[in-house]
Write a protein that binds this ligand. Sequence first.
Ligand code: ARG
Length: 279
Amino acid sequence: MKKIVALILAVLMLAAVFAGCSKEEKTLKVALSPDFAPMEFVDSSKAGQDSYVGFDVTLAKFIAKELGYKLEIVPMSFDACQVAVEVGSVDLSISGYSWTETRAANYNLSDYYYAGDNETEQIIITQKSKENTFTSAADFSGKKVAAQNASLQYDLCTSQLPEDCEIVQVGDLTTALLQLMNGDFDAMAVAKGNGDVFISAHPEELGYSGFEFEVDEKFEANVIMLPKGADELTQKVNAALKKAYDAGYYKTWYDEAMALATGDTAQEVTYDDNGSVVE
Ligand code: ARG
């Protein structure tokens, strides 16, 4: 009898040890597209996981810590991030997502979080030589304007620019920026904070077009994207967001990200056709 009790105890203890281990080992896999400074980008002075920096990376670290998980950043193109959440190859994606009706219908979206003034305005940037020459939407008639695939900016272009303006879908903002400087497009739609970073990195080549989209307030803050039905994780994420907001972290995180994004080691990232980062 004693032996049986001892055996049961041993089994229970082992089970407890394994449960403890697996809890500690749990990794939160977060997809992001590091072509969107100051939200997510690459610091070339660092390597591996440490090289992913920006507001959303700080936020991802905070959330993982709150949940008691290890964090794994999984970099991929912006449209691939959204597919990864849908098919469940990652737990969630933090990649500067604006709230949109379509996303709300297809995913669990977190409560809003506020990343400085990055998305309070949505603008169009252009070559330096064409700076301030587009004062109304009609000025884009017959022009080529680039916007990221599966983005709010793409929706804004198709709904607000003239019908005869060619909207070019781009997978990766970094490559698109080079194409813009090369004259492949006349202009590119971007979030204001992101546009500020691009122009500060290439002040001789790039400028503001003079045009600003009309944007409803509901698109101004960001949300985290989770699989439809992942309600428990969504609640935990919302609790972490509330904690960060209440502690007043957002402004500090944004200012730090902006300083890093306009510094020397910020690097632009490109992807291959499968959406994977080209090293
Ligand atoms: N806020 C915009 C959207 O939701 C753009 C986000 C782009 N993010 C990125 N990491 N490239 O569509």
